[in-house]
Design a protein around this ligand. Structure first.
Ligand SMILES: Cc1ncc(COP(=O)(O)O)c(C=O)c1O
Length: 398
């Protein structure tokens, strides 16, 4: 029997008010809705490789399933995978992590979440260069911290100088969070910047958290990790992921590397939430890290070709300027000269572009800048050409 007085609705936890639905997710949802109703869309929104996972990795997962490797494993990952992560990182970057310094997680995002949860308290400030990846901001606020935004230099390819970091330090600064190559800007920070950031963290007794999700997708030179620097690394935590490197986004496999005490704290947290990463995915990850790396080289070569197509195309559209991404697979064009009533913000521009021209992009507001769009070029050359053509016509008609 229904009562006349509505029962009070139980409230969500207050901390839920500190996070937002990401604009990326909102745009993806709207695109899905349109697609379901039959719209022909060009998708520059997705932040993931369009390649299938390489066959040997899939084979290793099948073999693990056939061998019934389907039970709980050690919470922080199986020893052969920890060793494979350390070895691969050492080969690539000259680091020297040991098994006790690794935590295997359910994706790079999980490693970052565990690290920020373990290290950030209410009132702590985290230096966060903008444009930043959406989730950094909300992971910090969820933990009770305050992101202190450090605008980067667009004219210098969205890079930073040590002075730009130093200027934002306060007695409450507890962490510097760097992501290079960057999502969304494609910026690659210099070795000097990382060395200076590490030195600042050592002097101040604060953390450097480095997100290396796109470590291997650099277009000039070799992958660089600050973990290869000499001297004590007591202040450094690395978050890494197999998602993009091996086209394994759906498999959910990432890792953290850092001081034993921090890894132990993150392990403790993980033991009370997700427990171990998926058992047979761990076997597949060993195959990915220890097998032929040719697929990674091939994917990077393809991204390089697509980068040229995307950036040259964007630069040829009147009103758009675009820096050349040095890594990852995103273009981050500046559309300030095209903003006008009716398309006054990247959010409005991106919304109209979706509904009127069928092109999915992510507005710059999501990444903390006011005049940009993010376009992923992890899609086929044919789609890139088609999307650019639509974008050109849309801009001409504004
Ligand atoms: C900068 C950055 N870090 C981390 C991640 C996390 O990736 P995953 O959780 O799939 O490993 C992403 C994914 O888009 C990313 O762009």
């Amino acid at each position: 029997m229904s009562s006349a007085v509505a029962a009070p609705v139980p409230a969500l936890a207050a901390r839920m008010g500190r996070i937002t639905v990401s604009a990326t997710a909102a745009m993806v949802m709207e695109a899905e809705r349109l697609r379901a109703s039959g719209a022909d869309l060009v998708d520059f929104g997705a932040g993931e490789p369009d390649f299938p996972t390489p066959e040997p990795i899939k084979q290793a997962a099948r073999e693990a399933l056939d061998a019934n490797f389907t039970r709980y494993t050690a919470t922080g990952g199986i020893a052969p995978l920890k060793d494979a992560i350390c070895r691969r990182h050492a080969e690539l970057c000259g680091s020297s992590f040991t098994r006790e310094q690794v935590l295997v997680t359910l994706g790079g995002k999980h490693a970052l979440f565990n690290a920020i949860s373990a290290l950030i308290s209410a009132g702590d400030e985290v230096l966060l260069p903008a444009p930043y990846w959406v989730s950094f901001h909300d992971m910090i606020t969820y933990a009770g911290g305050t992101p202190v935004i450090v605008p980067t230099d667009e004219a210098a390819g969205f890079t930073l100088t040590p002075a730009m970091l130093t200027a934002r330090l306060t007695p409450r600064t507890r962490m510097i969070l760097l992501n290079s190559p960057s999502n969304p800007s494609g910026a690659v920070f210099s070795r000097e910047l990382f060395q200076a950031a590490l030195e600042l963290c050592r002097e101040r007794g604060i953390w450097l958290l480095s997100d290396e999700c796109y470590l291997q997708f650099v277009y000039d030179g070799a992958p660089y990790s600050v973990a290869g620097e000499p001297g004590p690394l007591d202040n450094l935590i690395i978050a890494g992921s197999l998602s993009k490197t091996y086209a394994m986004t759906g498999w959910r496999l990432g890792y953290a590397l850092g001081p034993k005490a921090v890894i132990a704290a993150m392990l403790n947290l993980q033991s009370h939430s997700t427990s171990n990463p998926v058992s047979f995915v761990q076997k597949a990850a060993v195959a990915a890290l220890t097998g032929s790396q040719q697929p990674v080289t091939d994917m990077l070569a393809e991204y390089r070709r697509r980068r040229t197509l995307m950036i040259e195309g964007l630069r040829s559209i009147p009103g758009i300027s675009c820096t050349l991404p040095q890594g990852a697979f995103y273009a981050y064009p500046n559309i300030a000269r095209l903003l006008r009533p009716g398309a006054a913000t990247p959010m409005e521009f991106s919304g109209r572009l979706l509904h009127e021209a069928g092109v999915v992009t992510v507005p710059g507001e999501a990444f903390g800048t006011a005049s940009h769009l993010r376009l992923s070029y992890a899609t086929s050359a044919a789609q890139i050409e088609k999307g650019l053509d639509r974008l050109r016509r849309f801009c001409a008609g504004l």
